[in-house]
Design a protein around this ligand. Structure first.
Ligand SMILES: [Fe+2]
Ligand SMILES: [Fe+2]
Ligand SMILES: [Fe+2]
Length: 399
């Protein structure tokens, strides 16, 4: 099915405002929902938060009061969308349960994007990052069993495996080695721009979540683990945001943001199993079509260019939440021992990496290793969830 958001009519902006009653969405049932419904909610919350923050940044750089007002009008609708989306999450989940769901998002979203990414340098960046969030899931799952006495299996439901990836202590690199080279906006496949924006937004949301919720725990090991992984999410945001060509104009970036929102709502609408949630994806897609139209109008007026010059002629293959077990196992076998050096990757721990490790650890073990040691002491084992059977490396679903 082909879908060109530039040719679709959405809901006019003056009819997008929702009442309190309309915003008061019914949350999903935490015990009976499809874990990937929760993953789609978390992803779209990250996307909406990025839409809001990007629009604020743009407004702060914008001297034209008419444009500022236009941005404020659209941004208010983005803020309502964010409320409707994130309030689909049920209030009963603990911070750690939400954390485990965030890492499941990071694993299966990034793995899918790594498989779909046409540019080899960009694909490498996603393959590199996904092995780290995979290990975060494993460390948090051990913390979860230790302090909340429940198993991560009840959250990820066997769709995502919980086992060691690249060891978390090795994620602490010198910040100089976290900056990648950007794609070239004039030659890159338009799909690559959407991928970069999506993963950057998801990682940014994870970073924000850990920096704010980490200190809500009283157990020292939990507080410490959130500090450690929170700092790695800072590295991940640096890593992914540096992939985006900084030469894109504000107008171009605005169009890319709105186009990506259309792409993702369209994708999630196609695959959503929960009818009430699906109705929200459909409603939001129809709102985004109008946001995109407005962004295109601003681009024509202020950038003197046609949006068609920078966008794909139609939406790419829908972005899909699905298991990536075989793919991840293969990746662990092939690329576990990588680290970064400058904008590239190497297999050996180099001098700058060692210096950072020494400065940060000062001869002590990290919280992410201590959580495993404490778990072993308490249970005589570590928490893992390895699912039975063969895990063939998946191919991308055809359109
Ligand atoms: Fe939005
Ligand atoms: Fe991450
Ligand atoms: Fe939007």
């Amino acid at each position: 099915m082909t879908f060109n958001p530039l040719e679709q009519r959405g809901i006019p902006l003056d009819r997008q405002l929702r009442t309190w009653r309309e915003l008061d969405v019914e949350p999903i049932d935490p015990d009976h929902c499809d874990p990937y419904t929760r993953c789609r909610i978390i992803t779209m919350n990250g996307i909406e938060v990025e839409a809001i923050l990007f629009s604020h940044q743009m407004a702060r750089h914008c001297p034209d009061p008419a444009v500022k007002r236009r941005l404020a009008q659209v941004r208010y609708m983005e803020a309502q969308q964010q409320k409707a989306v994130n309030w689909l999450l049920p209030g009963v989940s603990s911070v750690l349960e939400t954390t485990i769901a965030y890492e499941q998002v990071a694993v299966d979203l990034t793995a899918w994007v790594a498989r779909a990414e046409p540019d080899p340098y960009l694909a490498q960046a996603y393959r590199f990052g996904v092995l780290e969030d995979f290990d975060h899931l494993y460390r948090y799952a051990n913390l979860y069993e230790m302090i909340e006495h429940r198993k991560a299996e009840s959250i990820v439901d066997g769709l995502t495996e919980v086992m060691p990836g690249r060891p978390t202590p090795l994620h602490h690199r010198d910040p100089l080695d976290n900056v990648r080279d950007p794609y070239d906006k004039t030659t890159v496949n338009p799909l690559s721009k959407l991928h970069a924006l999506t993963i950057m937004s998801a990682e940014q949301q994870t970073m924000n979540f850990y920096m704010n919720t980490g200190p809500t725990y009283m157990e020292p090991i939990a507080r410490q683990l959130y500090q450690e992984i929170g700092l790695i999410e800072e590295e991940h945001v640096t890593h992914y945001e540096s992939l985006v060509d900084p030469g894109e104009t504000w107008w171009e970036q605005l169009v890319n943001h709105e186009y990506n929102e259309c792409y993702l709502y369209h994708s999630f609408m196609e695959q959503e199993s929960d009818p009430k949630v699906k109705a929200i994806w459909e409603l939001h897609l129809n709102m985004e079509l109008e946001h995109l139209r407005i962004a295109c109008e601003l681009m024509r007026e202020h950038d003197g260019r046609e949006p068609q010059e920078i966008l794909a002629p139609e939406l790419p293959n829908v972005l899909t939440f699905e298991p990536n077990k075989g793919y991840l196992r293969q990746l662990i076998a092939d690329e576990l021992d990588l680290t970064t050096l400058g904008a590239g990757y190497v297999r050996e721990a180099h001098e700058r990496f060692e210096r950072m490790q020494q400065a940060l650890n000062d001869g002590e073990t990290t919280p992410s290793d201590r959580v495993l040691a404490m778990h072993r002491e308490q249970f005589g084992r570590e928490y893992r969830l390895e699912t039975e059977g063969e895990h063939p490396v998946p191919s991308l679903r055809e359109r």
